[in-house]
Design a binder for this molecule. Structure first.
Ligand code: FES
Ligand code: FES
Length: 161
């Protein structure tokens, strides 16, 4: 029998307290406990990027992270950006405008990585080179698009912001 532990965190702008098993993976916590299904499960080995979310401004693979480690942190999932109920984020707009989405399985992870990197670049007042954009996305696998449209969309974000 596990001892349950209490964690306090902010998720998509809302404060929350939950009791969890210490061994709970963050991706399972997000999808199964919080019912935020926009974060996808792919490899479960930190290789595909489908499960990417943002913690305190940094994009991480939530399949490689225990939920207990979000205690005291600020977590953003794809539902914290634009949804059908609220305006799209610039990253989402550019992904659509550049036709960078096909089946969509990789998309929320790509968007979260691009969002985190775009905030970093904005804070540093920098527009990354195309090579830097490619490097920022190298942790993401996409079986559909051939990547060019994803890179084009990300570049358009950095040029617009
Ligand atoms: S499911 Fe987490 S990196 Fe693939
Ligand atoms: S759009 Fe299908 S995996 Fe990327």
């Amino acid at each position: 029998m596990y001892n349950m532990v209490e964690i306090n965190f902010i998720i998509n702008g809302s404060k929350m307290t939950k009791r969890i098993k210490p061994s709970t993976l963050l991706v399972d916590f997000i999808r199964d406990d919080l019912k935020l299904k926009g974060t996808k499960v792919g490899c479960m080995e930190g290789e595909c990027g489908a499960c990417t979310i943002i913690i305190d401004g940094t994009a991480i693979n939530s399949c490689m992270y225990l939920a207990i480690n979000i205690n005291g942190k600020n977590v953003t999932t794809i539902e914290g950006l634009g949804t059908v109920e609220k305006p799209l984020d610039l990253v989402q707009e550019k992904m659509i405008a550049h036709g960078a989405i096909q089946c969509g399985f990789c998309t929320s992870g790509v968007v979260m990585t691009t969002k985190a990197f775009s905030e970093k670049c904005k804070n540093e007042d920098k527009i990354p080179t195309r090579d830097e954009v490619k490097k920022s996305l190298e942790g993401h696998l996409c079986r559909c698009t051939g990547y060019i449209k994803i890179i084009d969309a990300a570049e358009a974000v950095y040029k617009k912001q």
